[in-house]
Design a binder for this molecule. Structure first.
Ligand code: SAM
Ligand code: DTB
Ligand code: SF4
Length: 344
């Protein structure tokens, strides 16, 4: 059971002197995470472009003229080539993304279920991001071997309709509820740098932090302003604001994996280091995200080495989270016993 956080609390954390903010984030990080561990995930676009949604940031929306080459749903054999490569390169999670508004129950969904089962056999954690899901589809995905579902809130409820008009915030929340109910882990985060205010970012974190249970992972994307999208002219997010948001997410969601996602190609080594200091502990590995570029894998490993960080196995992360949860429950129990003693 989590205790509810308020917007005021998040604001007061976000606005701390940077030195104190980083220290607070580090305290939480050392207590609830492996402080030197970074989870390495790989992303594969299994169906690219021609998406019916009108997300203003997205190069894959059919509403945006980005010159992207569309690609039909890839079959299992084709996806397995990349999944094996991901495994060999050291990734522990394989995430498959489809440019869909929602999953339709048809032969394409059966194809995906087959792919999920095959990837799972490689002993990789399997994550999918396929748009909206109903409860039955969520159950089928889980049964096929999908561990995690990514579905981002992207921004605050208030700013959402300025970015997407073809679906609502509540549609997003409904899918997340179905994912949780089916027993999959929830991966949900957002994008910074679309023209939203700091308050919008904190409202998004508030929405995530007040979920019970909280999301297991929180991807924080920096907008990649792609030519041909309505957001093509957006300036890259301010780096200190980005770091402050990461630290606030870490403090508000101690056991979540906070993932640096899109936009890392535009971040320096120093910016990466600050993000790790602020509590980020997961990245996508590989020179391509879904359609945009990502740092070279060799550069990521070089930097992790320089910083003395290592790849984090999912089982190790789970063991640390379980220990921190048990310790917290024990502390809460001791506190209530003390209260009873005082009361008598
Ligand atoms: N269609 C599915 C959906 O929207 O949930 C899955 C794929 S979609 C590309 C996954 C996420 O990628 C979006 O929710 C958004 O957060 C992120 N994303 C897409 N385009 C981006 C961009 N140009 N810059 C940063 N993040 C982006
Ligand atoms: C997430 O939050 N970021 C990833 C993953 N979840 C699916 C996707 C980033 C996509 C960036 C734009 C692109 O490469 O097309
Ligand atoms: Fe489609 Fe997802 Fe891109 Fe929106 S973010 S246009 S739903 S692929």
């Amino acid at each position: 059971m989590i205790s509810m956080t308020t917007l005021e609390e998040l604001k007061s954390i976000y606005e701390l002197p940077l030195t104190t903010l980083i220290m607070r984030a580090q305290e939480v990080h050392h207590r609830h995470q492996d402080p030197a561990g970074v989870q390495l995930c790989t992303l594969k676009s299994i169906k690219t472009g021609k998406c019916s949604e009108d997300c203003k940031y997205c190069p894959q929306s059919a509403h945006n003229d980005t010159g992207l080459e569309p690609e039909k749903l890839l079959d299992t054999v084709r996806v397995m080539v990349d999944a094996k490569k991901a495994k060999e390169s050291g990734a522990t999670r394989f995430c498959m993304g489809a440019a869909w508004r929602r999953v339709y129950t048809n032969s394409q969904f059966s194809n995906i279920l087959e792919t999920v089962t095959a990837v799972k056999k490689l002993d990789l954690e399997v994550c999918c991001t396929l748009g909206m899901l109903d409860i039955e589809q969520a159950r089928q995905l889980k049964e096929a071997g999908c561990d995690v579902y990514n579905h981002n809130l992207d921004t605050s409820r208030e700013f959402y309709s300025k970015i997407i008009t073809t679906r609502t915030y509540d549609d997003r929340l409904d899918t997340l509820k179905n994912v949780r109910q089916a027993g999959m882990e929830v991966c949900s985060g957002g994008i910074l740098g679309m023209g939203e205010s700091v308050e919008d970012r904190l409202k998004m974190l508030l929405e995530l932090a007040n979920m019970d249970p909280q999301p297991d992972s929180v991807p924080i994307n920096a907008l990649v302003a792609v030519k041909g999208t309505p957001l093509e002219g957006q300036e890259f997010v301010d780096s200190i604001e980005f770091v402050r948001t990461i630290a606030t997410a870490r403090i508000a969601m101690p056991r979540a994996m906070v993932r640096l996602s899109a936009g890392r190609s535009q971040m320096s080594d120093e910016m990466h280091a600050l993000c790790y200091l602020a509590g980020a502990n997961s990245i996508f590995l590989g020179d391509k995200l879904l359609t945009t570029e990502n740092p070279l894998q060799s550069d990521d490993f070089k930097l992790l080495n320089k910083l003395g960080l290592h790849d984090l196995h999912p089982d190790a992360a789970r063991a640390i989270h379980a220990k921190s949860e048990a310790e917290e429950e024990e502390e809460a129990c001791c506190e209530s016993k003390q209260t009873v003693t005082v009361a008598h």
